[in-house]
Design a protein around this ligand. Structure first.
Ligand SMILES: NC(=O)c1ccc[n+]([C@@H]2O[C@H](COP(=O)([O-])OP(=O)(O)OC[C@H]3O[C@@H](n4cnc5c(N)ncnc54)[C@H](OP(=O)(O)O)[C@@H]3O)[C@@H](O)[C@H]2O)c1
Length: 228
């Protein structure tokens, strides 16, 4: 089994790489071009089955090199994990044009460009295409506000994934927007409720359970459906 994880240098991407390796999968994990050797490189030295490649979701030209990294093997999973946040205090009043453009490109358009470019590598009917969204991206569940740009970017990501699934209706592959829960990473902060291992384990189980379920699904790390 082979997974390509885009954005695996730290946090949830790194945790997912580790979880898949422990389950005997081969993993290709990406870091941004020019990244100094770090946690993913250290994991590759410890664990058999992990290879590294480079991609920046805001630079589509970087996706071309991933064909070589995959080397003609069919992927069982493409998971675009990369994302940024500007924190909870971001509001309509404070969000600058640049910050809004950057978060929309990094969290919505960039990941979906990666999905579009790399989906052909998931050349199995029970292969899974996944993007990392957030519970904060649910329009239906948003009753509290805050995180203005981040929420908008993840809602846009969800909408684009659903559009993509709708435009490829005959496609048997599952297309998942995955909510990892609130997790203790650089982004989630120290007060988050989950550790990386718990979230990663849950997401891996949920992805396995959803393989073969054609169409777009918004699912959390406990394999529960989330309202769009
Ligand atoms: N932690 C949470 O509670 C939580 C909750 C809901 C959703 N999420 C989502 O989960 C994903 C991972 O978050 P995390 O908590 O692991 O955050 P993190 O620790 O801040 O890690 C973010 C990851 O995304 C990568 N990245 C950022 N911009 C990128 C770009 N332009 N191209 C490629 N990679 C890029 C980073 O690479 P560098 O190391 O090069 O910066 C890093 O690997 C994000 O999409 C986030 O929105 C997290």
């Amino acid at each position: 089994m082979l997974a390509l994880i885009i954005g695996a240098s730290r946090g949830l991407g790194l945790g997912l790489a580790e979880e898949y390796l422990q389950r005997g999968w081969d993993v290709i994990g990406t870091v941004r071009p020019g990244t100094e050797p770090g946690l993913l490189h250290a994991l590759a030295r410890r664990q058999h089955g992990l290879s590294l490649a480079e991609a920046d979701v805001t630079v589509p030209e970087t996706f071309a090199g991933l064909d070589d990294a995959v080397g003609g093997r069919p992927l069982d999973l493409l998971f675009v994990v990369a994302g940024i946040s500007n924190g909870p205090d971001e509001s309509i009043a404070t969000l600058t044009d640049d910050a809004f453009t950057r978060i929309m490109l990094t969290n919505a358009l960039g990941p979906m460009r990666a999905v579009q470019a790399l989906a052909p590598l998931v050349a199995k009917p029970d292969g899974v295409i996944a993007v990392m969204t957030s519970g904060l991206g649910s329009v239906a569940n948003n009753t509290s506000g805050a995180w203005a740009g981040y929420r908008a970017s993840k809602a846009a990501l969800n909408m684009m994934l659903r559009s993509y699934a709708g435009e490829t209706k005959e496609d048997p592959r599952a297309m998942l927007a995955v909510d990892p829960g609130w997790v203790r990473t650089d982004m989630g902060g120290p007060n988050a409720t989950l550790d990386v291992q718990t979230s990663a384990r849950g997401m891996v189980d949920a992805i396995a359970a959803r393989a073969g379920t054609s169409g777009g699904h918004f699912v959390d790390y406990q394999n529960k459906d989330v309202a769009w």
